[in-house]
Design a protein around this ligand. Structure first.
Ligand code: DC
Length: 224
């Protein structure tokens, strides 16, 4: 691994957490573009591990084999998602992977490896907008700004349906329950996070609010 390109005190991290369909990806990507920061979708990392497990016929409940897999895989998340050099951008969004990812993301050893990589990713880029479930609570507890996005259940189901097709309302409820109730790093709002309800708001409007909040926090001396 190369030396980090920026000292920690210069690094700006914007943590964007929230449940499925809350608008995280769209908003986080747009905030990153507006600010000229890199953007990391950490859900794509857990999906990559789940996808590889399905490909290699590894039981996602087998903690040790999943941990070994997570440590061994080369995962590159950007415009495309490459797993060991293979383009899995579409494959990781399949309903099979969406089902399998719950167990992968509940595995503490898999999580530890992903968190380690997420921190290195940010250090290498000198900051970034990072979206997930535990970014403000676990991965970057000192993030410059933590945003927790929500939306009404109807709106979240509608957004997912627009992306993925049928039967997603049930799936969203199942995933929210699993993500929020697991033992390790459950989906939770950080104490110092700003909660933004994106229901019936435009992306631009939400991005304006987030960049405005960040502008108020350009304080000297604090890391991340
Ligand atoms: O954001 P997404 O739907 O692509 O995330 C896929 C799964 O990964 C989801 O069930 C929650 C989990 N996840 C997680 O546990 N921690 C993260 N930082 C990101 C995603």
């Amino acid at each position: 691994m190369s030396e980090p390109s920026s000292p920690l005190e210069e690094i700006i991290v914007v943590a964007v957490d929230g449940p499925a369909g809350s608008g995280k990806s769209t908003v986080a990507r747009a905030v990153a573009a507006r600010l000229g920061l890199s953007y990391l979708d950490t859900g794509a990392m857990y999906r990559s591990v789940a996808h590889a497990a399905l490909c290699e016929d590894i039981d996602t409940e087998d903690g040790e084999r999943m941990a070994e897999l997570a440590r061994r895989l080369r995962i590159e998340v950007g415009e495309q998602v490459l797993v060991d050099g293979v383009d899995c951008t579409r494959a990781i969004r399949s309903s099979e992977v969406t089902r399998a990812v719950t167990a992968a993301a509940a595995n503490p050893q898999v999580r530890a490896e992903m968190v380690r990589r997420q921190r290195l990713w940010v250090q290498d880029r000198g900051g970034g907008v990072v979206e997930g479930r535990d970014i403000g609570t676990v991965v970057f507890p000192d993030a410059r700004l933590k945003v927790f996005l929500t939306a009404s259940p109807e709106e979240r189901a509608r957004r997912r349906a627009a992306e993925a097709g049928d039967a997603v309302a049930t799936d969203i409820t199942r995933r929210d329950q699993a993500d929020s109730s697991r033992a390790h790093s459950p989906l939770a709002t950080a104490e110092d996070a700003v909660t933004i309800d994106t229901t019936e708001r435009t992306v631009d409007d939400v991005v304006d609010e987030i960049t405005g909040l960040l502008a108020q926090r350009q304080l000297p001396g604090k890391g991340w």
